[in-house]
Write a protein that binds this ligand. Structure first.
Ligand SMILES: [Zn+2]
Length: 463
């Protein structure tokens, strides 16, 4: 069990604090946490129940990963690289992830689902994330329980589909309806409502929900409208996948005579929307998103796997708020920042785009703004006590002239030293304080192996 927070003092050789409303790196400062709040940022060593006084630490606001999929990432990992599991030229989303996560959930026990959820959440925390938004199939509600158990701040986003068995027909179109002709959307919304009733605000408010219609090609307009209306009624964020494949754009033009972005705009969904990917957005689409106050969730590595450049800098150049998330691949947020930097520079043909301070903002203050959480994303007196500490003493990080450049260009999740959520120390010296890492990993891997052993999975991976 995790203890309730007392007072904690952390020493940072570098502290990315908020000074006069802007991020600034302070040298050799202490950060004092009292209960769930940041109580002081000071030169003098404070008194505290717990003291983390190690040299060479960079204290960052708790890192926020607002687009992640633990379960499908584990199903895909090491099967989908190098063109693996790519059948018929279709997107991995429709040929691997949607069918295998669906059939996997039909065979797994609640204990196996919990094992998968635990392994995912543990990896995210050890990788430095303090807040995660996670769209997932409603068939794995154990994601909420695992987040609560391990202490993560969690926005669970159970999917809504017009058809739970989304698949591409012979004509290349994703079909809305199941074989029986029934629309699954109403049922998904009912399940979402039940999960909301059960989980919203749990664990002292650390567990929340987001509305998550899967994508423009898998959701009927009526479902998108109903989801948006319900989200507005409850004041929860809305997230979706948008313009993630060429096929989605073509289908939207055929079905609605509009690009996916124009289509969501016609339904009134763009304001405050958290839209993953957007790689096939036109420049006009991005201008429209910027005008409406939508946010792009840029996940460059999952696209790099498939040979596609998803450039953070391109989205930013159109004035759209752009965050960085890991999607269903690798789940290393610091590594993802590095990918965002590199892919942006290559795509722009310029070295001075997607800078380290901008990318760190993308997973701290910009992410907090996108979900209207001014208490998160900053080390500031009075802010919520979510902190990520990076150990800069590794040989590959010394000496360093600029800690922010070092963390984006040279560091990765293995350099995470401490993670604090709501004043509770969850990760210390790179290890979760209350979790049996070896057991969780073994149990999670065994559960995923059961999916890999399905004849259906064998056939897909052999393809
Ligand atoms: Zn995604």
């Amino acid at each position: 069990m995790l203890a309730e927070p007392g007072t904690t003092a952390l020493f940072g050789s570098h502290v990315l604090a908020e000074v006069d409303g802007a991020p600034k790196v302070l040298r050799d400062h202490w950060v004092l946490l009292e209960g769930r709040r940041i109580a002081g940022i000071q030169k003098q060593r404070p008194m505290a129940d717990t003291v983390l006084d190690a040299p060479g630490r960079l204290l960052l606001p708790g890192l926020m990963n607002l687009h992640n999929h633990c379960f499908s990432e584990m199903v895909a990992r090491s099967n989908t690289e190098d063109g693996g599991a790519k059948r018929g030229g279709g997107s991995v989303v429709y040929t691997v992830l949607l069918p295998l996560t669906r059939s996997g959930l039909q065979i797994l026990s609640p204990e196996e689902r919990m094992a998968i959820a635990r392994m995912g959440v543990l990896g995210l925390l050890m990788g430095g994330a303090t807040t995660v938004m996670e769209p997932f199939r409603a068939g794995i509600p154990e994601m909420f329980a695992a987040a609560e158990e391990l202490g993560l701040r969690f926005y669970g986003a159970p999917y809504l589909f017009s058809t739970a068995a989304a698949k591409v027909g012979a004509d290349g179109r994703v079909e809305y309806h199941t074989e029986g002709g029934a629309d699954d959307g109403a049922q998904d919304l009912a399940v979402w409502n039940a999960l909301h009733a059960e989980w919203e605000g749990r664990d002292q408010g650390r567990i929340r929900l987001a509305m998550s219609p899967h994508a423009t090609d898998t959701c009927h307009p009526d479902l998108l409208r109903a989801a948006a209306a319900r989200a507005k009624e409850l004041g929860v964020p809305v997230t979706t996948h948008l313009a993630q494949s060429r096929g989605e754009v073509e289908l939207s033009l055929q079905r609605h005579g509009r690009t996916p972005v124009e289509y969501l705009d016609s339904l009134g969904l763009l304001p405050d929307l958290l839209a993953a990917h957007c790689v096939h957005c036109s420049d006009d689409d991005l201008a429209l998103m910027a005008a409406r106050g939508a946010t792009v969730l840029n996940c460059p590595r999952v696209f790099a796997r498939g040979g596609v450049a998803a450039s953070y800098a391109r989205f930013r150049s159109h004035g759209v708020r752009t965050l960085v998330g890991t999607d269903g691949y690798n789940l290393d947020l610091l590594g993802e920042l590095n990918a965002a930097s590199m892919i942006s520079k290559i795509q722009a043909g310029a070295r001075d785009v997607a800078t380290s301070p901008a990318l760190i903002d993308a997973v701290t203050r910009d992410a907090a703004a996108a979900i209207h959480r001014p208490d998160l994303g900053a080390i500031r007196v009075g802010a919520t006590a979510d902190i990520t500490s990076v150990n800069l003493l590794h040989p590959h990080l010394q000496p360093l002239a600029d800690p922010l450049r070092a963390v984006v260009a040279l560091a990765n999740r293995a350099n995470i030293d401490a993670v604090i959520v709501d004043g509770r120390l969850l990760v210390q010296n790179g290890r979760h304080v209350a979790a049996d890492e070896a057991r969780i990993t073994a149990e999670g891997a065994a559960a995923i192996q059961r999916i890999w052993d399905l004849p259906e999975a064998q056939a897909i991976f052999a393809g």
